[in-house]
Each structure stands twice: as C-alpha cells, then as structure tokens.
Design a protein around this ligand. Sequence first.
Ligand code: ADP
Length: 244
Amino acid sequence: MSVVQFDSVSKRYGREIAADSVSLSIPANRTTAIIGPSGSGKSTLLQMINGMVRPDSGGVRVFDAPVDYAELPALRRKIGYAVQGIGLFPHWNVGRNIAILAEMSGWDEARRRDRVRELMALVELPEHYEARHPHELSGGEMQRVGLCRAMMLDPPLFLLDEPFGALDPLTRGEVHREFERIREAGRRTIVLVTHDLHEAQKLADEIVVVNEGRVEQQAETRTILAQPANDFVAGFFRAYEESR
Ligand code: ADP
C-alpha cells in the first residue's frame, strides 16, 4: 500500500525545473529517503506532499485522495513536518513551541502538557527545558524540539527535511538513535530528505535518487548500492564514497 503517489508531476520556478514529470509511490509504514545533489528537487517533492508547493501539472495523492488545496489545514494535521533549522517561535517557550498544533486543534491544557512531557522524554530532553526559550538551546536540542512538534498529534505520516543537517557528528549519532526509537514507537510512514547517502543507508528502508527534478531510481536500501540503475546513480554513489 502506498501513502503518497505522484503521477507525472512537474513544477518549474521560472526556468528552473524542480520536478520533471515525477511518478513515484511512497510505501506505507516504512522509511523512504529521498537523496540527490543540492538543487535536485528533494525539498520540492516533500513540500508537494503537504501542499506547501502546488505542482504545475500532474497529481499528488496523499492517504488515497488527491491533495485538496482548499483544505490544507486538515491534511497537515495528519502530517508531521520537521525541517532543518525549523522556525521555532523565539518568544515562546519549548512547551508551547511543541504544543502549537494541539493548541490550534483545541486540546485542553492538561492533555497538551501530558503529551509534551511524553515526547520530551522520548527524545531525552529534560523536563525543565519545557520553560526554556529557543535561544537557550543548542542546535541539537532545537532539532529535538522540532521533532517533538512534528510528533505532537501523532501523525501517520512524517516529512523530515534534512532534520539532522546542522548537527555535529556526535549529536547527530544521538539524534539518529532517537529517530530509531521514534520509528519503533509506532508504525508510521516517514519520508526523509537528505543529501547524505550514509544517513539514508542507516535510516531508510527504501531510497529514491533524484537528479535535476527527475527520479533516477527507487529501490530497497539493501539492494540499491549493488544495483545502481544508471550512470548517474553509480556516479553519485561513487562520488560519495570518494569524499568520505
Ligand atoms: P533540493 O531540496 O534538492 O536542494 P529544491 O527542491 O530546494 O532542491 O530546489 C529545486 C530547484 O528549484 C532548485 O534549482 C531551486 O533553486 C529551485 N527552487 C526551489 N524553491 C524555489 C523557490 N521558492 N523559488 C525559486 N526557485 C526555487
């Protein structure tokens, strides 16, 4: 079963082609990594899933229905979205930053507080951080707050755009382990954008390689390295290995 389907989707920005007739299915209850060079259209694909970007042509289906651009808030309540350097509200404390979607959905305060504490424990943020403001957090802690916010309503679908990008290697390892725990805490579909092949290999069941707005290959993580579909994919993997 697939949770997201792109059917011949194209999107241009002026002369830049961000998506070039993309057809793609994202399987349910698995982690799919979208990898490719910078500017290849990874974020655009992700943002077409939650309707932040509307295709020029072609169709995007999410949860078995075409994206309804008149009803995006309802769709977004079912989609957790975390992006690198996610805009935490600087004048709100951590607790409120995490709880914002629940607040907008009318949860009462006690229910919000319980959920915030549960999530902070999951990502190992000490409880008293709830009262801190974003400027009192390290980069890694901010990323964790962003992940908590994305998880607040326990959505069945997560979109993560380079969520570990700004982290130093040590913190990144820690947050990766938390990611694994989150994944194990319930069945969910995760779409992870990264330019880091190693990260994709470590975290994803399936990998989609994009280049210049086109899907070059989609395959199981455990087979893709051994079976690149074309010269671009083989060259991308090789360049990655050589740069390490
Ligand atoms: P990636 O995530 O792989 O780095 P993006 O999806 O962000 O790639 O961008 C794909 C292409 O579309 C790039 O050439 C980028 O410059 C262009 N692009 C993306 N968003 C915009 C925008 N809002 N306005 C103009 N060009 C954009």
